[in-house]
Design a protein around this ligand. Structure first.
Ligand code: PMP
Length: 417
């Protein structure tokens, strides 16, 4: 531990919540160097939707390495990239009747968001991006300008500009449809709001507290964007790749975004990779206009293609997610019924309990970790316990994790008996 505290920057965060040294991981189970075992309900903040070291992905990567497969290729053509692109078209885009071109960007979520914002500005000739209350889009300055979280924004120490902030669905409670406000602001030429290049949003706000946009609201937003010549960028970095029950989080809704940002679980194995999907007519980039060294991470392409082949050939995984989602939601509803002022939030395997107060959630996180469960909190006050197990979590691991969660809440006397 001393090595870290003495030499690693104070900026480190997760290690303060889970203060152990981890050595191995498989599926939804992680081991520390003292031999303790943990059920993982954090899944690399959504980057390990298929669990740790999924054997087929791991073997595909080992084979590629042993065959001296090209690892870094900038954005040169590589066989591994071609295989991924073809697989993504065949297994993801075509069956969903989606027509998108793929842009590979520097391998983090924030870079996908930066690229999408830049392109939207270029295509429309407009400056403003409309982002939403409690939205989270990354830590580089463009994405940070679109991020709502005060503690992250304060760290910028420079201006975070060219973003207008609009109320997300439900921000003022269920009675007020925020689309009415948004429409009024953006159609009144003297409201002081500039018509934006794009609306940038998550369909479920992962860091912002598992707030779910309703289909109706999302459809209204997309229709309105078309009316005023703005684009819609869906940030599916955390909610995508199956987390909400379908590959894209918007599939259950009746509208299609103009651009989609993907990262986190796109490679499937936890290797960094990110991509922007865009309507083909929006692809007005000049060669190299948004570039980056690590856009050709071929090991990530290999595991990403394997993930698609293993999990998205048919709807088996989707059915499993739906069944697990029901199971977890029922259990959380029962727990929440015992905690005054709490409620269950989220959808798919992106579920949580709003504890109503941050101290409660923080105490559960610590107690659960001591008992062998890695679980995170989210929301504007860190008041929501967030369950993000691997989509492929086994029944025993899931049962163990849920039991630890319930036992922790009971031990802390946060719930009525
Ligand atoms: N968008 C969303 C919705 C995210 O949840 C995150 C990361 N939590 C990002 C963007 C940024 O991704 P990265 O940390 O890889 O830059």
């Amino acid at each position: 531990m001393e090595t870290f505290t003495r030499l690693e920057s104070n900026v480190r965060l997760y290690c303060r919540k889970y203060p152990k040294v981890f050595t191995q991981a498989r599926g939804a189970t992680q081991l520390d160097e003292d031999g303790n075992s943990y059920v993982d309900f954090l899944s690399g903040a959504g980057a390990l939707n298929y669990g740790h070291n999924e054997p087929r992905m791991r073997d595909a990567m080992i084979n590629y390495l042993s065959g001296d497969g090209v690892i870094l290729s900038l954005d040169m053509h590589s066989a591994a990239k071609r295989r991924f692109i073809a697989m993504f078209e065949r297994l993801i885009l075509t069956p969903r009747k989606l027509d998108y071109k793929m842009q590979f960007v520097g391998p983090t979520g924030t870079n996908a968001v930066e690229a999408a914002m830049k392109l939207a500005r270029k295509v429309t000739g407009r400056r403003m991006i409309a982002a939403f209350t409690h939205g989270f889009h990354g830590m580089t300055l463009g994405s940070l300008a679109a991020t709502g979280r005060g503690s992250s924004r304060r760290g910028a120490y420079t201006s975070l500009s060219d973003v207008i902030r609009l109320p997300y669905d439900g921000y003022f409670g269920p009675a007020l449809n925020t689309m009415e406000l948004i429409r009024k602001y953006l159609t009144d030429p003297s409201s002081g709001f500039e018509v934006p290049a794009a609306f940038l949003l998550e369909s479920v706000q992962g860091e912002g507290g598992l707030n779910v946009a309703s289909s109706r609201w999302f459809e209204e937003l997309v229709d309105f964007a078309r009316e005023i010549g703005s684009l819609v960028i869906l940030d599916d970095v955390q909610a995508g790749c199956g987390r909400c029950g379908t590959f894209f989080s918007f599939e259950a809704m009746g509208a299609v975004p103009d651009m989609v940002c993907l990262s986190k679980s796109l490679s499937g194995s936890g290797l960094p990779m990110a991509m922007v999907l865009m309507r083909p007519d929006l692809d007005l980039w000049e060669p190299g206009e948004h570039t980056g060294t690590f856009r050709g991470n071929n090991l990530a392409f290999v595991s990403a293609a394997t993930a698609l082949e293993c999990f998205w050939k048919d709807d088996t995984l989707q059915q499993q997610i739906a069944a697990k989602s029901d199971q977890i939601r029922k259990r959380l509803e029962a727990i929440s019924a015992r905690i005054p002022g709490s409620r269950v939030k989220g959808r798919g395997l992106f579920l949580g309990i709003d504890m109503g107060r941050p101290e409660g959630a923080a105490a559960v996180l610590a107690e659960a970790f001591a008992r062998g469960l890695i679980i995170e909190v989210c929301g504007p006050h860190d008041e929501v316990l967030k369950l993000m197990p691997p989509l492929t979590i086994s029944e025993p691991e899931l049962a163990a994790g849920l039991s630890i969660l319930e036992e922790s809440i009971t031990a802390l006397e946060l719930a009525k008996p």
